[in-house]
Design a protein around this ligand. Structure first.
Ligand SMILES: Cc1ncc(COP(=O)(O)O)c(C=O)c1O
Length: 366
């Protein structure tokens, strides 16, 4: 046993992927998004499981993430969704990676680098259709983009955009999503009309994949869908399960006498004698310090977290348990206490909970 660990259920991960593939039309493939260390699940192990199930295309945010996947034996395509700095552009060729171009000047910088080093860089254009975060805006000349794409030192293999509110069923959000799709389609049409070979197209991440089955292109980009949790409102037409569990241990059991306080800030004062278990996990492992009314499972029973969560430990009221022993396993997250529950109680989204699980936690795939 470990002090605290993340466990990923490989079977559930495989099923989430296979059920998604079954649900998608045959012509639509997945770019499996495993950025930010696979949303805290361990990108390499996640990608290797998915590769074994047939996944051939992966997406990450940063060059270093892409390189580590290659070094670990990922042989399929890898798209970098963020930008790669000039000093590291040569690695795009060395590791056969695909770079997103979300700004024409960035495209020129990439081209110049490719020419100087006699490389050919594989690229996807990212088109801004309403996120206004990254992406080529409609002010940019379609002819300039076509000419850049035609340069022999660049290969345009795809074009994509990203939805802002596909995880909401509010009337105006549905309208906005279809407006983004319409802008994307219009841009693609214009690009084709001026003779640009746009390559493969992709638009939907998890929420759009399940909420807008009518919006389908050559690829989709699932991240959380593979991991089986939600962020925002999502309609599921097929089974998917949370693959992650999080565990720690009871490292001390003691009685807190009535009237005594517990932990930093003395925020909890017992109103009667309480049995308290100290648990070997804290905010230094990624438990949100503001996990309000948070609970854990010990011997299958929910127990409330009491007092402030500290960096390496937290305390749990176990007065209602018939038995609790030193080194009992404490379940912080599983299919009962879900990532969504923790996110909601900590006033954040599931993505933030999992990406903040720190490296101190051992990751176990089984
Ligand atoms: C461009 C892009 N595509 C796909 C994804 C995957 O999103 P999700 O995990 O909601 O499927 C992300 C995640 O933020 C993203 O930024």
């Amino acid at each position: 046993m470990h002090r605290a660990w993340v466990q990923v259920d490989t079977k559930k991960l495989e099923n989430n992927y296979k059920n998604l593939v079954k649900y998608l039309p045959d012509f639509c493939d997945c770019i499996c998004i495993v950025k930010c260390n696979g949303y805290g699940h361990d990108a390499i192990q996640e990608a290797l499981v998915l590769q074994n199930c047939g996944a051939k295309f992966f997406g990450v945010a940063a060059l270093q993430e892409a390189v580590s996947l290659r070094k670990a034996g990922i042989v399929g395509d890898i798209l970098i969704l963020g930008h790669t700095v000039k000093e590291e552009m040569a690695l795009l060729a060395e590791y056969n990676l695909i770079q997103t171009v979300g700004d024409i000047d960035y495209g020129y910088a990439l081209l110049e680098h490719a020419k100087v080093h006699n490389h050919v860089y594989r690229i996807h254009y990212k088109i801004d259709t309403g996120m206004h975060r990254l992406g080529i805006t409609d002010h940019v000349s379609i002819f300039a983009l076509r000419d850049l794409a035609n340069e022999e030192h660049l290969t345009l293999e795809g074009c994509f955009s990203h939805f802002a509110v596909a995880d909401s069923f509010a009337h105006e959000d549905i309208n906005f999503t279809y407006q983004q799709k319409a802008l994307f389609d219009a841009w693609v049409k214009e690009a084709k009309a001026v003779g640009m070979d746009v390559g493969k197209l992709h638009l939907s991440a998890s929420a759009a994949i399940v909420n807008y089955p009518d919006i389908v292109y050559d690829y989709c980009r699932p991240g959380i869908l593979l991991l089986g949790f939600d962020s925002g409102d999502m309609k599921y037409p097929y089974v998917r399960e949370q693959v992650l569990s999080l565990y720690a241990q009871v490292v001390k059991i003691d009685v807190l006498p009535s009237g005594q306080s517990l932990g930093y800030g003395r925020t909890f004062v017992s109103d009667c004698d309480k049995k308290i278990a100290t648990v070997s996990i804290g905010y230094g492992d990624g438990i949100p310090r503001n996990y309000k009314d948070g609970e854990v499972l010990i011997r299958g029973v929910r127990c409330p977290i009491v007092g402030r969560i500290s960096m390496d430990q937290m305390c749990v009221d176990v007065s209602h348990l018939d038995t609790v022993e030193l080194f009992d396993v404490v379940t912080i997250l599983n299919e009962e206490i879900t990532i969504m529950e923790m996110a909601s109680k900590a006033n954040t989204i599931s993505n933030e909970i999992v990406t903040k699980l720190t490296n101190r936690l051992i990751r176990i795939y089984k």
